[in-house]
Design a protein around this ligand. Sequence first.
Ligand SMILES: Nc1nc2c(ncn2[C@@H]2O[C@H](COP(=O)(O)OP(=O)(O)O[C@H]3O[C@H](CO)[C@@H](O)[C@H](O)[C@@H]3O)[C@@H](O)[C@H]2O)c(=O)[nH]1
Ligand SMILES: [Mg+2]
Length: 194
Amino acid sequence: MHANTERIRIIHVETLSDDWYVLKKTTFDFLRANGTWQRQSRETYDRGHGSTLLLYNLAQRSVVLIRQFRLPTFVDGYPGWLIEAPAGLLEQASPEERIRLEVEEETGYRVHALQKIFEAYMSPGSVTEKLYFFVAEYEANHRITAGGGLEGEGEDIEVLELRFDDALAMIANGEIVDGKTIMLLQYAALHLFR
Ligand SMILES: Nc1nc2c(ncn2[C@@H]2O[C@H](COP(=O)(O)OP(=O)(O)O[C@H]3O[C@H](CO)[C@@H](O)[C@H](O)[C@@H]3O)[C@@H](O)[C@H]2O)c(=O)[nH]1
Ligand SMILES: [Mg+2]
């Protein structure tokens, strides 16, 4: 088989929207496994990469999550308030640097030792974004502000400290429907709270 890059020839890139983030339509020739070329076009939405982190406390068997309004889920017919792990877009910073700032801004907790666990494309058919996943232990006295996010950016974030078993049950009963948060809680069930 041909090297992967030899199987793709970009023909044309059109910017459909360039406002807050960038939506492009790319036409390309694709060499199929059977050796024939096929012309295709796909839209890609580029909002940069992001990072997310689960704060957990083993002794208390608890985690810290946030609740915030997410318009895309609202326009899809969901009530709109999602329970999530804190997360943020990288904006030129490193994933680790960014998540420390973001967790503090959103939850009020200062992050001490953190551990990178994996990276994942969250919606690879349409969105270019890759998310960097971290976990970190927290203690009550690591909380240095109320958190809540940046009012000037429209953020109005509620901080939730939950029993880990309740958080897991909320995946099963549909109260937690955010992909990154489900991945972090399941990682915690497999590797942290045993
Ligand atoms: N004006 C305007 N502001 C926007 C728009 N889209 C996002 N913002 C603002 O941009 C900021 C982004 O906040 P972050 O905390 O950096 O990112 P996030 O929205 O929490 O995203 C995180 O979670 C996502 C969902 O899982 C991830 O996709 C993303 O990578 C990141 O980790 C927020 O203040 C948000 O209101 C927009 O279209 N217009
Ligand atoms: Mg955020």
